[in-house]
Design a protein around this ligand. Structure first.
Ligand SMILES: C[S@@+](CC[C@H](N)C(=O)[O-])C[C@H]1O[C@@H](n2cnc3c(N)ncnc32)[C@H](O)[C@@H]1O
Length: 337
């Protein structure tokens, strides 16, 4: 089962930054519940933990689901254990780090709008737990579907094996998932952000799929020239938010996630134009391009795919029924259009 994620997303360290001015805020938070330190761990009676949670939400606001996400990812209390707190209030539970530390992280999230995923340094996504850090987009749940669509749409593997590419790989979420799902294929994942390429390399190593794809510093198709005309399957979740909309995003996104990953220019389509424009020569004949886009860009993206000479343009819906993805393929020589 997929663990739910807070609405947004990365965290270099789960240690509080020295002198970051939050110590007093922590003291003024929910207060000390009766807890016993056990090295990095801490034992606490369920009733006290529930009281801490109630008090912290009362004093700092925020959603219980998000605080439970933190207790799970940073405190080591999974959903069944969180449920059991109410059933067995006198039982002692073991947190994987001290309550004061969890409270500190939570207050950083509430007071500075820092994404919990950055604070914890991890983000559950599909069946993976990816490392994330500031400077790298936190993988979103809707993007999980892009992997299923890619597997559905992937052309039959040529004799030399399927070659795929992930444009704008960020944390490497799509590339790692694809590499695990298609072990016989080979891939290329590109980005222009050094931080993203570093994080993608960490996630690739953690998933033990280093041999299945390469990471390249490349402006969209540019660094893929040696493979132009041979790419069978290309996925991209490019920046697609119109510049004017970026300013209105939740502060947890706007103030912490990289603009390079979000801002798609005046109409949101700058990156999608660059990607579709190059697809005709970079894809192999019969090769498929699959894109994620903004909720209101479906028609525009299908037109760009057609204008690039691709065929069989198709819109695909997310789990809420919104057209969030588009695909098309390069015609094969001699195929009827
Ligand atoms: C929306 S994020 C997607 C990240 C990841 N694929 C995901 O789905 O979570 C877009 C990514 O494109 C990268 N990017 C932006 N401009 C680029 C360019 N010109 N060439 C290659 N990558 C670019 C950003 O650094 C960012 O990592």
């Amino acid at each position: 089962m997929l663990r739910s994620s807070p609405a947004v997303s990365p965290g270099a360290s789960i240690q509080p930054a020295p002198g970051d001015g939050l110590d007093s805020a922590v003291d003024g938070g929910a207060g000390a519940a009766a807890a016993v330190g056990l090295g990095g761990q801490e034992a606490i009676v369920a009733r006290d933990l529930l009281a801490w949670r109630r008090q912290l939400l009362r004093t700092s606001g925020g959603s219980r689901a998000d605080l439970d996400w933190l207790l799970d990812l940073a405190g080591g209390l999974g959903w069944p254990q969180l449920q059991a707190l109410h059933l067995h209030p006198n039982r002692t539970v073991l947190l994987s780090q001290p309550l004061a530390q969890l409270e500190h992280l939570w207050l950083r999230h509430r007071q500075r709008a820092e994404p919990l995923q950055y604070l914890v340094g991890r983000c559950p996504w599909r069946d993976l737990e990816l490392g994330v850090a500031p400077g790298v987009l936190i993988p979103r749940q809707e993007t999980e579907l892009l992997v299923d669509l890619a597997l559905e749409l992937a052309p039959a593997a040529p004799a030399e094996g399927l070659l795929w590419a992930d444009l704008g790989t960020g944390s490497g979420c799509l590339a790692v998932a694809l590499a695990r799902a298609l072990p016989a294929a080979r891939g290329l994942a590109v980005d222009v952000s050094d931080g993203a390429l570093r994080q993608a390399a960490i996630n690739r190593a953690a998933a033990a799929v280093e041999a299945r794809f390469s990471l390249l510093d490349s402006d969209w198709w540019e660094g893929l020239k040696p493979w132009w005309g041979r790419l069978d399957l290309v996925l991209a979740n490019p920046p697609y938010i119109p510049t004017a909309t970026v300013g209105g995003l939740d502060p947890v996104v706007r103030e912490h996630e990289p603009l390079l990953a979000l801002d798609g220019g005046a109409d949101g389509l700058v990156a999608i134009r660059a990607i579709t424009a190059g697809a005709g020569r970079a894809l192999a004949p019969g090769g498929v391009l699959l894109l994620e886009h903004h909720h209101d860009q479906s028609e525009a993206v299908l037109q760009l795919l057609a204008a690039a000479g691709l065929e069989a343009g198709q819109a695909h819906r997310d789990l809420e029924g919104v057209r969030r993805f588009a695909s098309a393929r390069r015609p094969c020589p001699g195929s009827l259009r």
